[in-house]
Design a binder for this molecule. Structure first.
Ligand code: ZN
Length: 226
């Protein structure tokens, strides 16, 4: 099977952290005295919080799999059928078939935009530490031996430059891919990104360059491509 690349398209936009904070866990190796033991991921050079493209890709993939793929619904495993839209768009690392096509999507890491960097500089901080406690059900007080636990997160209102690359191969139907991807972004908007979603963290919105929700932008694009 030959795979001939016929186009690479990049779409840009903004990832917005909505009313609650966003938490994507980082490494505990480099924490200093007085810092939380539950830090967020930061850029190794600038030390600014960022949102890894892999976190977005993985989350959208898993939501689409939960909706459409039997293996994921039954066993919680990634789809590796090699034929469905999820496999075609996101790739299938576990498949051993030589004829498996390469993945079409590339999510770049999202760095904070200029407005957000300025906001953080003015505030003198780029994250918040939220204290959470476990409540003793009988006394209705904090259980001393377990909490409080300090969790770092990106504050609400943060904005990040977002970029998605799609590679198109001969025989692909771009409009089908855009529509499918639009569903994925819509699901993510209703679900959450990062950790602690059940506690309200990770409500995000993706906005396209023209100011429309990214899912809408993709559907418009699908309309033009078909
Ligand atoms: Zn599949």
């Amino acid at each position: 099977m030959t795979v001939k690349l016929i186009g690479i398209e990049e779409m840009r936009g903004t990832l917005k952290v909505l009313e609650s904070g966003l938490r994507i866990g980082g490494s505990k190796e480099n924490i200093g005295i007085g810092e939380t033991d539950n830090p967020i991921i930061r850029h190794p050079i600038t030390n600014s919080p960022y949102v890894p493209g892999s976190s977005i890709k993985g989350k959208i993939r898993s939501l689409l799999e939960l909706r459409d793929c039997r293996a994921s619904q039954n066993y919680g495993t990634p789809c590796d059928c090699g034929e469905c839209p999820v496999c075609n768009l996101f790739g299938h690392p576990h498949i051993k078939k030589r004829e498996a096509p390469p993945s079409r999507l590339l999510f770049r890491d999202c760095q904070p935009n200029q407005t957000t960097i300025k906001d953080w500089q003015e505030a003198g901080r780029d994250s918040e530490v939220k204290m959470e406690v476990l409540i003793d059900r009988r006394s209705n007080t904090a259980k001393g031996n377990i909490g409080p636990r300090a969790t770092e997160r990106i504050p609400a209102g943060g904005e990040f430059d977002f970029s998605l690359v799609i590679r198109l191969f001969e025989g692909d139907d771009p409009s089908k891919f855009y529509r499918y991807l639009a569903d994925g972004f819509e699901l993510l908007g209703r679900d959450y990104l990062g950790g602690y979603g059940s506690r309200g963290y990770g409500h995000v919105a993706f906005v396209a360059e023209d100011g429309t929700p990214f899912s809408e932008y993709l559907r418009k694009k699908a309309g033009k491509a078909s």
